[in-house]
Design a binder for this molecule. Structure first.
Ligand code: NAP
Ligand code: MG
Length: 516
């Protein structure tokens, strides 16, 4: 198989740059004017207000290593004020609006997000190095998440009266909002992983205090601006910035009724422990180590076209991607060649360039982590077929955190690169002898988030997907669907997001029994 048969373009790999995108050329980096760079305020009770403390955290462009922004390192006083404002707004009427009235706000927010799409994409890319094709898709996706949840108002308004099984009365079932919610997001998709919490929380009638990840504290301010422009009442939405310590303060605040978190498994465990002690409902979307099972009848050309999106999306910094590829022994070399050629053909470069498929690692510490895993893979005897080094880029990107997209062949199930979440551009290709072994290999992990089956026979592929012990599986492609539940099993999390199931996470049921 030749490498040209499997070349991946940026469009195939990371999605189309919307025609409306009017971002700058690469050499315009220095001239970029973004709405938010160095800021000293947080959003509390309907206004940007000075943060209480004096600490600051810097924002670094991972493509250059240069600091270009900074935000307040919030304090317990900021959290107190934000939770207090959220409580007041909850009690003050937001929770009692008809769901369709709240849905109307969601639709207005979506329109306001659309107006800010370019600024959102550029800010996101400068914060975390996501290829601009990826981050412009994120802004459009954020608007569509708000629109999707607006459609669920009807579900909330539907009357739910259930007779007692043996007669003699009935129960009116109410779906009340759970209260003030703490929303905490990671840096890899800083916009959507917060919006997927914010939209259902608002529709349900909850009010929120949000804390973005330290590397990505600026992009979400534009969503907050959209919320304010949509006329959402003061106090319904609050945003604080600060470290993980501030996140912990927020999680434990006595005024918080529910916590929704996306991030790493170790931090998720700490949050679960805190919420356990407080008997506070919690949703956790955590790490993963997902597998793509290549069935013997798989179409490798088709697989190649979607490979970056399925297995190395966002420079490998996506929770559900299948970074372990399980290939049948009879086609092992063919699969290794295809994966190697496809990954090697993806352009690595300035994430502001729409042609870029692979950007930098989002942070310096993530960059070091990825390089450590590459070293570990070599030390344990795996074979690098492409990449495997620091990527040296010119044109002002010399200080960036670029690791070459890397493929390892001859990986065995016990190697660290096969078991642990790397969260960078590293794929392992393992060999299996029969489908039972492939399923066992895929399920032999502490995680259970995503997965893929590549195969031509749809029924056979579905039968294998049914045997995979994970929250989501794709057949020949992977994408999350706003209306289908997304969540992790085992160490990948607790509860679900998206769909009616994701809305339920922000509801508290009440049954009123009566004999009319
Ligand atoms: P992380 O280190 O766990 O941090 C996530 C968020 O939690 C950040 O806002 C962080 O703030 C905050 N935080 C840290 N310690 C905290 C504590 N003790 N209490 C409360 N909040 C705390 O994760 P990350 O490094 O940002 O993101 C990468 C991880 O996210 C990967 O493991 C990835 O798999 C996972 N992820 C999962 C999904 C999913 O849907 N399942 C999606 C995307 C990513 P600081 O940034 O200030 O530390
Ligand atoms: Mg972290």
């Amino acid at each position: 198989m030749t490498s040209t048969a499997h070349s991946a373009t940026a469009t195939e790999a990371t999605g189309q740059v919307p025609a409306s995108f009017s971002g700058p050329a690469v050499d315009a980096r220095a001239a970029l004017t973004l709405p938010y760079t160095h800021v000293d305020d947080v959003f509390i009770d309907g206004a940007w207000v000075l943060a209480r403390g004096t600490g600051r955290n810097s924002v670094t462009d991972p493509a250059t290593g240069q600091v270009w922004g900074s935000v307040p390192d919030g304090t317990a006083e900021d959290i107190d004020a934000a939770v207090g404002a959220a409580r007041k707004a909850f009690d003050g009427g937001w929770s009692r609006l008809a769901p369709s009235e709240r849905a109307a706000y969601l639709l207005r927010i979506a329109d306001e997000v659309d107006k800010r799409a370019d600024e959102l994409a550029l800010t996101n890319t400068r914060e975390n190095g996501s290829p601009i094709a990826e981050s412009s898709g994120a802004a459009a996706n954020a608007a569509s998440i708000f629109r999707y949840f607006a459609t669920l108002a009807e579900y909330l308004e539907r009357e739910d009266v259930r007779p007692f099984p043996r007669g003699g009365g009935e129960s009116v079932v109410r779906r009340d909002p759970v209260g003030v919610c703490a929303l905490i997001a990671p840096w890899n998709f800083p916009i959507n992983l917060m919006v997927i919490k914010l939209a259902p929380a608002l529709l349900a009638g909850c009010t929120v205090v949000m804390k973005p990840a330290s590397p990505t504290p600026l992009s979400f301010r534009l969503i907050v601006d959209a919320v304010a422009a949509a006329g959402v009442p003061a106090g319904v939405v609050n945003l604080v910035t600060g470290s993980g310590k501030l996140g912990d303060t927020l999680v434990r605040h006595l005024g918080v009724d529910k916590v929704a978190f996306t991030g790493s498994t170790p931090v998720g465990r700490k949050i679960a422990a805190a919420c356990g002690e407080l008997l506070r409902p919690v949703t956790l979307e955590l790490g993963g180590k997902s597998s793509a099972i290549v069935l013997p009848d798989a179409d490798l050309d088709a697989m190649s076209n979607g490979l970056v999106r399925s297995c190395m999306r966002n420079t490998g910094q996506t929770c559900y991607i299948s970074t372990r590829i399980l290939a049948p022994a009879g086609r092992y070399d063919e699969v290794v060649d295809m994966v190697t050629a496809t990954i090697a053909a993806g352009v690595q470069g300035d994430p502001l360039d729409p042609a870029t498929v692979f950007g930098p690692a989002a942070t310096e510490s993530q960059y070091r982590t990825v390089l450590e895993y590459v070293d570990a893979g070599r030390a344990e005897g795996a074979r690098v077929t492409t990449g495997g080094r620091v990527a040296r880029l010119g044109g002002g990107l010399e200080g960036g955190f670029f690791v070459e997209p890397t493929v390892f062949a001859d990986v065995t199930p016990t190697m660290r690169i096969s078991r642990e979440e790397i969260f960078g551009p590293v794929i392992s290709v393992l060999k299996y002898t029969d489908v039972d072994e492939a399923v066992a290999l895929a399920n032999n992990t502490e995680f259970g988030l995503g997965g893929l089956v590549f195969g031509t026979d749809q029924d056979a592929a579905l039968a294998v997907a049914d045997r995979m012990d994970t929250g989501s599986v794709g057949i020949n492609f992977f994408a999350s669907n706003h209306s289908a539940p997304f969540g992790g099993r085992h160490d990948s999390g607790l509860g679900t997001e998206y769909g009616i199931e994701g809305l339920n996470a922000y509801l508290s049921y009440k049954s009123i029994h009566r004999r009319p």
